[in-house]
Ligand binder design. Structure first.
Ligand code: ARG
Length: 280
């Protein structure tokens, strides 16, 4: 007999897939210069707390069954802990990074060298400034790409040619959200979360058109870097202070995991910034 009403699933069936991440231990992490509004060299950073917070993030990935590779940190490069900026990797192809600010420029070759030594043969040396996954978010069917503060829009075309994927340019307008991954998170191939006010009006229209069912983050959740999140399709690691976003994610059938990265936030980074996904 067919029941009149089928049971409504409590949440969509989400599936985690195993991931491989590259991270850089915060051995030389500090705030010694200012290249975004979060960075104040006068505010003390607790280096040992930063190390423990970073280790807790790495251990959370390992506990979820993900692989974590580590790159050796370079002295004198305090922002190198933000591995997301080191490259963009899709289908084993590596688009190396080229940094806007002189303070971070040596990180580009340092990350590039790690890829060369670790069996990645297809590496593209960038002609234009791009800060890796800080501004390029792989979203399954296409790549979402930020510009306005760091990456050059010409780098979007460069990425499109190199990966053979449509690259959708989005204009960032709020200096607090200077990288795309501070204003938007890709949760799976069809789901994103973002903070609309970080984008130009035209880019907000693009996002509404592409993602009519997106999770819309509040100003409060954006301000604690809630969108600087990493998803494996089910588990979403994000700053624990983003309580509104944590509730929205749970409602949509994700499993939010709140992390404390208070020390890294002093440099304008959090979960996603510390994590570069290596996609094969
Ligand atoms: N202090 C670094 C900068 O301003 C933080 C980078 C954060 N990384 C990111 N993927 N958003 O460049």
């Amino acid at each position: 007999m067919i029941p009149e009403t089928l049971p409504v699933p409590s949440a969509a069936q989400r599936v985690a897939t195993p991931r491989r991440y590259l991270m850089c231990p915060p051995d030389h992490f500090a705030v010694t210069y200012t290249i975004n509004p979060w960075m104040d060299p006068e505010t003390p950073v607790d280096a040992s707390l930063a190390a423990r917070q970073w280790e807790a993030l790495r251990d959370a990935y390992l506990d979820l069954g993900h692989q974590v590779d580590a790159i050796k940190p370079v002295e004198g490069l305090p922002d190198m802990v933000f591995a997301a900026n080191g490259a963009t990797v899709v289908a084993g192809k590596v688009l190396a990074a080229s940094f806007r600010n002189q303070e971070r420029q040596p990180e580009g070759p340092a990350y590039r060298e790690w890829f060369r030594r670790n069996g990645f043969s297809e590496i593209h040396d960038p002609a234009f400034v791009n800060e890796g996954e800080g501004d390029f978010l792989f979203a399954g069917r296409w790549v979402l790409a930020g510009h306005g503060f760091r990456s050059d829009p010409h780098a979007h075309l460069e990425a499109q040619e190199f990966f053979g994927l449509p690259v959708i340019g989005l204009r960032l307008v709020d200096p607090r959200y200077y990288h795309l991954d501070t204003a938007m998170a890709v949760l799976d191939e069809t789901t994103v979360a973002y903070f609309p006010e970080a984008f130009s009006p035209g880019s907000q229209d693009v996002l509404r058109r592409l993602y009519p069912d997106a999770i819309i983050a509040t100003a409060e959740d954006a301000a604690v870097f809630g969108l600087n999140a990493v998803s494996d399709g089910l588990n979403v690691l994000l700053p624990r202070e983003a309580t509104g976003l944590i509730a929205q994610l749970a409602e949509r059938g994700f499993q939010p995991i709140g992390m404390d990265l208070s020390e890294l936030l002093k440099a304008g980074g959090s979960v996603k910034c510390c994590t570069l996904e290596l996609r094969d």
